[in-house]
Design a binder for this molecule. Sequence first.
Ligand code: HPA
Ligand code: ZN
Length: 338
Amino acid sequence: MTTVETTRPLTEIGARDLRELPKGHLHLHLEAAMRPATLFEMCEQLGVDVPPTSGFVDFSEFGACYLALLTVLREPSNLDRLVDEVFEDQAAQGVVYVELSVSPTFYREVYGSLSAALARLIALAEAASAAHGIAFGLMPTVDRMASIEESIEVARVAVEFAGRGVVSLGLASDERGYPCRDFAEAFAIAKAAGLQAAPHAGELVGPESVREALDDLKADRVLHGVRAVEEPALVAELAERGVPLDVCPTSNVLLSVVPELGAHPLPLLLEAGVRCSINADDPLLFGPDILAEYEVCRSVLGLGDEQLAACAWTSIETTLAPDAVKAAARERIDAWLR
Ligand code: HPA
Ligand code: ZN
């Protein structure tokens, strides 16, 4: 009889510590990765009202909350602080590689040009990466509600820094009425320079949007993509082609993409063989950061440690993170499972 074994707390015998699982955080929007306390302090210093960070009922209201965050970042020292704190927070949760979605157009005016804004973001990320010991790549992100010309401009500036801090091109904001196909030229420019195509799709619009992300943008990864479950043939194709989804469970509930956490399709997608990573999207606005999202996937969605480790490996392996980061993560994931 192993009485000692059976009386040990669950955390010792069963639940491995998810903080120790090396993770990539691939779907994280810089501004909404701000600490709540930092937002308060910055607003106080600038003498402006604290914008609402909850209470939105749909994507339009969410978008307005997001844009309000930009006010405090017009002060350059606040952007410096934000980037450093984001890396510190990610490192503390066991993130070894962070791929940050940034919109250089937000910063064009303050820094003088898109190129100068992106150069500044890269310099800040390099310093924070060295200070906190995690690797990074930037994902300059096109606002699908802005013009096609602007999307091409963002793609060109992303390419200018390809392999020098930039790893992918993103596409965000409201999918409804702004289909992926409109951005084919921007994504072709990015892909020709070796960047990954990483559009949001299959969040506010159904499987047809994921289909366009694959066919028209040649997506290497799809951010969200969860509404692919509405078309079984598409799920099978994602599995077969190995195109990963960068999934954000809590975001999907708060923006009414799924009715409740328990109904999230992540387990179904994984069982169908679709590679998925687990992410927080906008922790300031949605609540949980990446570690809490992994905990939710374990406790509410019922993912086992093998599945959680597979998601963590997807979050590293399917990116352009340096080979040394991938090799070290693979070893640590294997050790975590042993
Ligand atoms: N969807 C689209 N755009 C966004 C999101 C999102 O979840 N978060 C920040 N911008
Ligand atoms: Zn997002």
